[in-house]
Design a protein around this ligand. Sequence first.
Ligand code: NDP
Length: 398
Amino acid sequence: MSKVLIIGAGGVANVVAKKCAQNSEDYSELLIATRTKSKADKIASEIKGIPVHTAKVDADHASEVAAIIRDFKPRLVMNIALPYQDLAIMDACLETGVDYLDTANYEPKDVAKFEYSWQWAYQDRFRDAGIMALLGSGFDPGQTNVYTAWLKKHHFDRMDTLDIVDCNNGDHGKAFATNFNPEINIREITQNGRFWENGAWHEIPALSIKADIDYPEVATRGSYVLFHEELESLVKHFPELRRARFWMTFGDNYIKHLTVLQNVGMTRIDPVKFNGVDIVPLEFLKALLPPPDSLGEGYSGKTCIGCQVTGVKDGAPKTGFVYNVCDHAECFQEVGGQAIAYTTGVPAMLGGALMLRGTWRRAGVVNMEEMDPDPFMEEIGKWGLPWKYLEGASAQLV
Ligand code: NDP
């Protein structure tokens, strides 16, 4: 039974808070602190069962976060705001001696680049303070890291290739919208792709490698190779991987809109003078697009996200695929959010619960695959994200 501070009140935070409230054995009291307090108030008003408080904070400033921590005295701080705030919140956790969790790795606001170096650099300070930072406890990164660790633990003596496949076959009925924070999402998709092969990163132009992937129970969809942050930690922690790639589906309509927005400069992240005022086109675009937490109502269809590994077990080559299918409409019915927010928020809640129980415990900065995958895999279905495992020909998607 622990008090927990959630920072942020967007689409994912809505799910995290509601799932924490469902798990009152681990979460006894929440404080949702965010930039626009009215959004936290709305989430809090929809939660019954455990006390939920709200506060205003600008989490770009470690001192503001530290002040809230000192006042509320949580055992864990969950950063469900944006990757820009990761380091300031980690600094506040160090200052106050409290555990930290997030769902996306740090990226600086003025460079569209995300990597773990900035957060891994906190390793010694967290270890010396005896506190834990669990990085990337969403679905991808997050559940995909646990899937990979579980495949290695139970099904492979040696993993040769890893393909993480992410399909959203849903329809939100909007001409163009992103399923999580538009700024972060568009920065991720428009940068060059990258995959790991034979000990080196290979960079490719954005969306230049495409394949049709047959996602079980969902659809066959055109999927593109992207760089995704869990690749960086997974090739570090499983150096046997000869190749590691990440694939994501995009419809033609989505790519058409994105191409036009890029061509006219609307995805730029450098300031542009307009009527004497500096505006960042991508930030302005975010203000025009539907907020991700508004997409839930009427969203139909399913997501399928999983990990396919090829390798060797007991001397014989084999292929394994572990995956989850999630239904947008069912998520909306349960928590008033869509499946992308749901699939991120549920692993955040369970990752946090395993930390609070001491089941996952190591002082320092930790990626999900470094922890024992079994307690997570045993419980995640109960919280709404059941998984299935296929082997052989049926597991060969890519
Ligand atoms: P939203 O844009 O819906 O919500 C972000 C929230 O953070 C908003 O409430 C926003 O406040 C708040 N916020 C932003 N800046 C600050 C600040 N300086 N101080 C305090 N609060 C702030 O994003 P999502 O909910 O869609 O995404 C949340 C996180 O989840 C992101 O980091 C995203 O990258 C990650 N994610 C991870 C996935 C995974 O599988 N691992 C998948 C999808 C998302 P305001 O309302 O005022 O703007």
